[in-house]
Design a binder for this molecule. Structure first.
Ligand SMILES: [Zn+2]
Length: 226
């Protein structure tokens, strides 16, 4: 009799454990789906809401899924935000986004970025933040990437570009529970001179991280009052 009770109890425990796991998985899937849906709607629950939370205005222009720039590989955990420069002086955010989009046809290389920040501070989103981009090499698996446009070979950011990238990065940090310590340069992953000006001038990079840290605090205050 005791044996039968023990077996029954064991089955009950296994069943309870399994349904708890299943519930947790379903909840996580629903959360991810909601986030991707939000990022696909260029309206109410997306950019308008994000601005109230401290983001700059984000023009959502997701790439057509394709293996060269938007492979739709899930990011399990966002642990870093990586800053890049386009290495293409004078090119606009829209031109960069169109280049990524056209890779589906040209198939010349695999490259992309979640966000592109333009010369006038405009922000275009190309990839949902829960999918991988092809920007940061070995860190693509857990990193959201931001490409920044620049006017000349030095790679310095225009004031408007700088202000937008600070706002965007800070807001992403609040969204994923990160701090300025999780903000990296492409250089920190591969040693590549990217973003060039902020590799050549480490003090400018430290200043950018300090500006992001200050902005994170402001965003949390904004978000508390929503
Ligand atoms: Zn880079």
């Amino acid at each position: 009799m005791i044996f039968v009770i023990c077996i029954a109890a064991l089955f009950a425990m296994i069943y309870a454990g399994r349904s708890a796991l299943k519930y947790a998985r379903e909840e996580e899937n629903a959360r991810r789906e909601a986030l991707i849906m939000e990022e696909q709607s260029n309206s109410g629950s997306g950019p308008v809401r994000w601005e109230l939370e401290g983001a700059p205005y984000i023009d959502v222009q997701l790439l057509t899924p394709n293996e060269y720039s938007r492979p739709q590989i899930p990011i399990e955990d966002v642990n870093y935000i990586a800053i890049h420069y386009t290495a293409n002086p004078g090119a606009t955010a829209q031109a960069n986004r169109n280049y990524f989009e056209n890779l589906a046809q040209t198939q010349e290389t695999k490259v992309s970025s979640h966000f592109v920040v333009g010369l006038e501070g405009e922000v275009i989103q190309c990839i949902p933040t829960l999918e991988m981009s092809y920007a940061t090499n070995s860190r693509n698996v857990d990193t959201v990437s931001i490409e920044c446009c620049h006017m000349d070979e030095t790679g310095t950011f225009e004031t408007a570009t700088y202000q937008s990238v600070v706002k965007l990065t800070a807001w992403l940090c609040t969204r994923f529970g990160l701090t300025q310590e999780n903000v990296i340069r492409h250089y920190d992953v591969t040693g590549k001179s990217c973003p060039k000006y902020y590799v050549d001038h480490p003090e400018a990079w430290e200043q950018m991280k300090a500006d992001i840290a200050a902005r994170i605090q402001e965003d949390y205050i904004l978000q508390e009052n929503l």
